[in-house]
Design a protein around this ligand. Structure first.
Ligand SMILES: [Zn+2]
Length: 428
């Protein structure tokens, strides 16, 4: 396998309908506005919104009704389009399905009788690993272009405990140290993976080997594997919980372990997406300024501040802030600008442009940013955000083609986005 011929999609999901917390999912695809009057207006226009997005929503539900294995088969078929940039063609694909921990205590639901309860990430993990194994058995030798799914584990430290300090019985009952030791240590098959120089070969060769056992009787023969960790502040994870000492101790342990073992983390970092609880607090937790505190202390932490602040942030940065910052206009609070600063400053900080690629003009805006900030070209990664991107995109092949056929970004930058940068983020 020659590394430079691999096309990477660093941000996508392979959820089926049973995996997301449906409460969060419903809030994502219908507007939630907490101001009373606006909330009522939003409630009234929701059916119209649904109607205008009917085909996109059905398209998404059709994909999510499939099992993970079937979903991956569908992606591999879509990727049989020529993956060509200039006269360079990719002959293999790596995708990193990001699992998400939807565990969250939903405090206040006065309007319903049977309250939503925290949702375990375990069934999702089993389904994903089993789905990858099924897909691999059926399709790895089918003569089509190879596509390797290398999953990221969904984690929320709030459901974990540290040093045996279990705070809420039956809730935070996963021991964080053991979890990280088990999946991100040296015992996957025979290889020394985290930290390890053969990470790329070991993890890719392990693809599809899962034998159905999350708790194998022989711990030296662990067949599950993860390429990294996915965090989601909108679903309750707080990257820098200054007012909660116990939680701070846990996140500090997580960052130190990930920095020491070079475990890549992808974190949702735009003002869109899933938001549970109070919207304002969810956005505060998600804002990239939180990660300034983290990166100041853990410079070696490999982190992808995903979505580059979102489509509007990218436009605003390219066409307003980048121009006005020269004129001394203050731009404190811009998500995209904060991310641009962090990825410029910290060697191991990255971003991806997943989901946004669908919108007309986003790649042109990105080309503007790259022209003005060439020092961040090595930090921006290509991603699709499939399947949730189907709310705005027709399909996976179409989304991929928009990137490949774009004329604004140079071939060299494109190749960095879909190969060199993600390879560095994952394997370096
Ligand atoms: Zn996503």
């Amino acid at each position: 396998m020659s590394g430079e011929k691999i096309f990477y999609d660093i941000h996508l999901h392979a959820f089926d309908l049973s995996h997301p917390c449906l409460y969060a999912f419903a809030r994502r695809i219908t507007p939630v506005i907490e101001t009373p009057l606006l909330g009522e207006i939003a409630g009234a226009i929701t059916p119209l919104l649904w109607l205008s997005k009917k085909n996109e929503i059905l398209n998404l539900l059709s994909v999510m009704e499939r099992g993970v294995g079937e979903m991956l088969t569908l992606l591999q078929k879509d990727l049989q389009i020529p993956l060509r940039i200039g006269d360079f063609e990719y002959d293999e694909v790596v995708i990193t399905p990001l699992m998400m921990d939807f565990w969250y205590t939903l405090a206040d639901q006065p309007h319903i009788n049977y309250k939503f309860i925290p949702k375990s990430v375990v069934p999702q993990t089993l389904d994903t690993l089993n789905g990858i194994a099924d897909y691999w058995k059926q399709n790895s030798t089918n003569g089509l272009k190879k596509m390797r799914p290398l999953p990221f584990m969904g984690l929320n430290t709030q459901r974990c405990h540290l040093n045996g300090q279990k705070v809420i019985p039956d809730v935070n009952d996963t021991k964080l140290e053991s979890l990280l030791d088990k999946y991100f240590n040296s015992n996957i098959a025979k290889g020394n993976i985290y930290p390890g120089t053969n990470k790329f070969a070991n993890i890719s060769n392990n693809c599809g080997r899962f034998n159905g056992e999350l708790e194998p009787s022989d711990p030296t023969n662990l067949t599950n594997y993860f390429a990294g960790i996915k965090l989601y502040p909108g679903l309750g994870f707080d990257p820098w919980p200054t007012n909660d000492d116990a939680e701070m101790e846990k996140v500090a342990y997580l960052y130190k372990t990930c920095a020491d073992r070079q475990i890549p983390i992808t974190v949702h970092c735009s003002d869109g997406g899933y938001k549970i609880g109070n919207i304002k607090q969810a956005e505060d937790r998600t804002h990239p300024r939180k990660w300034k505190h983290v990166l100041e202390r853990y410079e070696n932490l490999k982190i992808n501040l995903a979505h580059f602040g979102g489509r509007e942030g990218i436009f605003d940065y390219a066409y307003y802030r980048l121009i006005n910052s020269d004129a001394g206009v203050s731009s404190a609070g811009s998500w995209t600008e904060t991310i641009a600063e962090l990825i410029a400053k910290y060697e191991n900080a990255y971003t991806d442009i997943s989901y946004a690629g669908h919108y007309d003009g986003v790649y042109a805006a990105l080309a503007k940013i790259l022209a003005k900030k060439p020092n961040i070209a090595g930090k921006i990664m290509y991603g699709s955000d499939f399947s949730i991107n189907l709310l705005d995109s027709f399909g996976y092949a179409e989304y991929t083609k928009q990137f490949l056929h774009d004329k604004n970004i140079s071939d060299n930058h494109k190749r960095m986005m879909c190969n060199a940068n993600p390879a560095k983020f994952l394997w370096k």
